[in-house]
Design a protein around this ligand. Structure first.
Ligand code: SAM
Length: 334
């Protein structure tokens, strides 16, 4: 299964809810997602059975890694039941989840027991004031740290994601890395122009090479040695300090990796997107609820992938690309 640019289908990201218990200014700003915001009614969301059926179709087409996301996936009731169903699909090599970590103290052990292997926990600053402002609700970073501890105690692999915004959290990057590097590898992500509400502009992006220089302190970027990628399509460029502790840099803006992108994404209502920056997608829920057979579902997905030619991050600089409306991050899940 190759798309028009020769890219295989290997990873599937599944959003299980559009709700979140944070209001990060760059993702679900409180002015837009306020108390009156109409989140999706339950019946609109894919059921666990529908998600499993889709996952099986994707796996039959080459997907090997599944990642659960949202919104905030831990808000979806009975999530371990879904994880267990996905982990039991033959040929699935990895089931992971991206989370803000707040509910992990409650759910990490059950998720691990159900077959979840890894979590990526998002935290943008350890400074209570900065983090509280960025998450839109004043939530203290210690709550996320408690979630990281709970995940580690439950035996989950943990990585940390930090989105870097110039003038917002870039002053505390070295402090964050020094505090977290004993616990988990940190990946610093260049702030992206996903969605239509986060006020993105190029000046708010701190290029990864500048992040590395800041992490190195006095020694600058020279403090680090590059680490060879483990597999084709690995999105983070990894570097190690002289003691071998690693940091990852995801240069989605300054060094786009569209050429290696093997990811498909399904929103909580079952729309298939072939790019994080897509304007539209394919309604798989309509097919599911319209009685499509397994073979018909598979053909539908295969047809979409075969026609895929998205490479938005490489086209970002072009006027027409920048003007296109984009799907919201809370809808598609990152
Ligand atoms: N709620 C979960 C979480 O916080 O990880 C999962 C969903 S969240 C949309 C997934 C990831 O996307 C988070 O690590 C978040 O920081 C990242 N993200 C959201 N908006 C972003 C943006 N504009 N640029 C870069 N990363 C972004």
């Amino acid at each position: 299964m190759l798309d028009l640019l020769g890219r295989p289908l290997r990873d599937l990201r599944i959003s299980v809810t559009d709700r979140c218990n944070l209001r990060c200014t760059y993702c679900m700003p409180a002015e837009v997602f306020g108390p009156d915001y109409a989140f999706l009614p339950r019946a609109e969301l894919l059921s666990f059975e529908e998600i499993e059926r889709l996952a099986r179709a994707f796996v039959s087409l080459g997907v090997r890694k599944l990642r659960i996301t949202g919104g905030e996936p831990t808000l979806r009731r009975d999530l371990p039941t879904l994880i267990a169903a996905l982990a039991a699909i033959p040929d699935v090599e990895d089931v992971a989840m991206t989370t803000n970590g707040l509910l992990l103290p409650r759910v990490a052990a059950d998720l691990r027991a159900a077959g979840l292997k890894r979590v990526t926990v998002s935290i943008d600053s350890l400074d209570p004031e900065v983090f509280g402002r960025m998450n839109g609700l004043g939530t203290h970073p210690q709550k996320v740290m408690d979630g990281i501890e709970a995940a580690l105690t439950a035996g989950l692999g943990v990585k940390v994601n930090t989105v870097v915004q110039r003038g917002v959290n870039d002053a505390g990057l070295r402090e964050l890395w020094l505090a977290l590097r004993e616990l988990a590898p940190v990946r610093f992500i260049e702030f992206m122009d996903v969605g239509n509400h986060n006020g993105w502009n190029l000046d708010s992006v701190v290029p990864s090479r500048e992040v590395l220089a800041r992490l190195g302190g006095e020694a600058g970027a020279g403090h680090f040695q590059p680490v060879r990628a483990d597999y084709r399509g690995e999105v983070a460029s990894r570097y190690a300090d002289p003691t071998g502790r690693e940091v990852g840099l995801i240069s989605s803006v300054t060094a786009p990796f569209c050429g290696d992108c093997s990811r498909a994404r399904i929103s909580a209502v079952g729309v298939l997107y072939t790019c994080l920056f897509a304007s539209g997608g394919t309604d798989l829920r309509a097919a599911l609820r319209g009685g499509a057979s397994d073979a018909a579902l598979r053909d539908l997905i295969a047809g979409v992938w075969a026609g895929r030619n998205d490479r938005y991050s490489e086209e970002r600089g072009e006027a027409t690309a920048a003007l296109r409306p984009k799907v919201e991050m809370s809808h598609i899940g990152g």
